[in-house]
Design a protein around this ligand. Structure first.
Ligand code: SAM
Length: 288
């Protein structure tokens, strides 16, 4: 008999403090995701399909204990349940709002025991060597400490355990970056965030190997999308509103409206065209 085991959010442990790193930026990222959590599923169709593709690439096996890092509203967990039917899944995320959506969406599931943990990857309170599989879908690029994140994931895996990561890759969103680089006053925080977030295959290989993991397959997917301008802007608001700024402030509103105008000028009959890179990685912790 399976049960849904989610502690009430009020009972969840507080985000741990690690003296070696600041949590300010993580709190602001998590707060941003909490603010837009109820709009997330509607705005990120591509993330949902990405999570499904990530899970499809996991080598066949028996994965009873699964860790979903940066679990958000639960799309990767859902895909995992659909393909592998694990016995237990632990979702970790520092955004309370995202965890609430996860709980509301997957609360009536039969057949899998789910625990939600309110924490960041850097100091997640999970037992070492306790998971057969760790998944991390469209969250790694938001981590402030990626070397530490890989170490923490490696620590949580059992010997022989597998990790599957999907994140934003280097080279994407250039058309948008070109536009915002030319709208004044320049939004340096937003412009710089792309360089801070987007990573290449070699960098991912470095995170994994330094953490003692053995990469099996790392690859980049390049997609060219045509979408209505408003759909693109909504996705940016939902995933990165905390960086772009508060549109209730006149200066931010004016800046956003100029960005939108320029995007429309650069749009064709199929809407706004942009490239998006998705970086995938599958690795294994060596068996003893
Ligand atoms: C774009 S969402 C992806 C959610 C989900 N995995 C999915 O595939 O839809 C990114 C998630 O990463 C979480 N996140 C941000 N910083 C984090 C950190 N330091 N540790 C763990 N999760 C983090 C955010 O709160 C957010 O829920």
């Amino acid at each position: 008999m399976y049960t849904w085991r989610t502690r009430a959010l009020a009972d969840l442990p507080p985000i741990g403090q690690n003296d070696a790193m600041t949590t300010d930026r993580r709190d602001s990222i998590a707060g941003g995701f909490t603010e837009t959590a109820s709009d997330y599923d509607g705005a990120v169709r591509y993330n949902i399909e990405g999570a499904q593709r990530l899970i499809l690439t996991i080598p066949p096996g028996e994965y009873n204990d699964v860790l979903d890092v940066g679990c958000g509203t639960g799309w990767a967990t859902q895909a995992m349940i659909d393909r592998f039917r694990p016995a237990r899944i632990t979702g970790v995320d520092p955004s309370e709002g995202m965890l609430e959506q996860f709980q509301a969406k997957l609360g009536n599931l039969d057949g899998v025991e789910v625990s939600l943990v309110h924490a960041g990857v850097e100091d997640m309170p999970v037992a070492p060597a306790s998971f057969d599989l760790a998944i991390c879908s469209m969250a790694y690029h938001w981590f402030q400490h990626r070397w530490v994140a890989a170490e923490q994931i490696a620590r949580a895996l059992k010997p022989g355990g597998v990790v599957a990561i999907l994140c934003s890759g280097k080279g994407g969103e250039q058309a948008y970056r070109d536009i915002i680089a030319d709208v004044e006053p320049i939004n340096y925080a937003w412009l710089g965030a792309f360089d801070g977030n987007l990573r290449d295959i070699g960098e991912m290989e470095g995170y994994l190997t330094k953490a003692g993991l053995e990469p099996i397959d790392i690859w980049m997917e390049r997609r060219t999308r045509h979408v209505p301008v408003e759909q693109y802007i909504e996705r940016m608001r939902v995933v990165a509103g905390h960086i772009i700024g508060d549109p209730s402030q006149p200066e931010v509103a004016a800046w956003l409206s100029t960005v939108e105008e320029r995007m429309r000028e650069h749009s064709g009959s199929r809407g706004w065209t942009y490239d998006f890179m998705k970086l995938f990685a599958i690795a294994r912790k060596p068996a003893i």
